[in-house]
Design a binder for this molecule. Sequence first.
Ligand code: AMP
Length: 550
Amino acid sequence: MLDGCVPWPEDLAARYREAGYWRGETLGALLRRWAGEYGDREALVGADGRRRLTYRALDAWCDRLAAGFAARGVAPGDRVLVQLPNTPDFVAVCFALFRLGALPVFALPAYRDNEIRHLAELSGASAYVVPDSFNGFDHRALAVSVRDEIPAITQVFVAGDPGAPDAGCVALADVDADPVELPEPDASDVAFFLLSGGTTALPKLIPRTHDDYAYQTRITGEICGLDASTVYLAVLPVEFNFPWGCPGIIGTLRAGGRVVFAETPQPLACFPLIERERVTLTSVIPTIVHLWLDAVEEGHGHDLSSLEVLQVGSAKLHDELAERIEPLLEVRLQQVFGMAEGLLTFTRYDDPRETVLTTQGRPVSPADEIRVVDADGAEVPDGAVGELLTRGPYTLRGYYRAPEHNATAFTEDGFYRSGDLVRRTPGGEIVIEGRVKDVVIRGGDKVSATEVEGHLAAHPDVQQAAVVAMPDPALGEKVCAYVIAAPGRPAPRLPVLRELLRSRGLAAYKLPDRVEIVDSFPLTGLNKVDKKVLRARIADKLERLAKAAA
Ligand code: AMP
């Protein structure tokens, strides 16, 4: 196992192998098998519908890309930052790196300088793959500046225009060589890194092994009944665990289905794709559900009748919204709760309607172990709220290169402390009730309060900042910054603080949506800022303002 990663203990690993969860196959080898089985069926379709790749073509492209990367010095064990939008390139680059035994480090397209530098340094990446530009942002310029400042990064690969020759970037199209024999990586080793939802200041790296991810995508694909007729629409950024492997893109490829990429979640972009490609399954967050249902109510003129299942997860789906989905979209709703760290819970197609509407379902694997515990770590009875702890065959045992954090993020017997407050129903379903971790879930994006507070405190007019979630009808939650002004300084205003954070290279979704200036913070008995009180205050205030405006 890669240095800096924490392996499963031998006895558990042996049990997972004996039970057939881990089958010793690498993701790169699996694609070769699928290409053999599904040959000329279409595997990937770009949003414009012009780029269409069969399994055979994808497999051959991955071999050439792997050889091309190897020829350009990318070696087994190297980490490679991959920050690409929803296109076939993303899948090809990842599988090429899997074949090579190099490890993709997923970077969200929304990430800017600050996040990318952090990921580059933490992962020790030697290469960085970007689009030329996306959503009006010049990714190539970002990549060049990161490469020029971080000595370990020696290469930038660009999907699209590599720019002027003196910038020294390589076009992905030129990463192409005759296939070569490559040593097969070990299936128990790390295949790639997902990102944590930011409970700490900046994302941590979640190592996912070939064995564990192959299992996750297989079991979730089975639960969802995927087969060669499945057409999956990748709406969320592909770097998220949800569209990549729950069962998502990999699960669909395993079943011989077709993956279609959407470049934005807007109904105006997605509905025509659903109609054109006869999409059967997709996975979204509650914010997107809102957009889609509103568009359906307004009338949109597209035929969505092929859509059979809508998976919703990543943030709490409230009952009222859940109830509108099936009648308006004429689909089956599947609630998904989970984390890039591992554990996934799904409602099942044959669950009673009440269960589907009001719970986040049951664990996907019989080997998922769950504990719901109180603040002292003692298990609480079913129906009582506690923190969810978990371990299992696809749940990490430690973040990459993070021994100190791991010491508190896991129990001694290897259970991951999710930071989510849940209750368990007598039927074994999980219901999300809140969280102990300090994160704002803005739409599906996780914003670490600690990270934003750290940046706000850098402003000379800010003495102290406390970031909390405030309710928002569209996004579920938004970012509210309570600020104590520095003595004798003017109270900082929202645009000024947003500009500060932007200039410090923070992704746009992390910028505060509102600032509340206060003289002091409420404190808990342990003299920590009492965020529960702050959250209640801002929720109260917004309600009063809304009433006054009505
Ligand atoms: P990520 O690793 O980015 O997928 O974030 C995982 C976190 O998202 C979980 O620990 C939860 O806090 C939250 N989450 C995921 N799914 C749901 C859901 N269905 N309902 C509420 N929160 C969710």
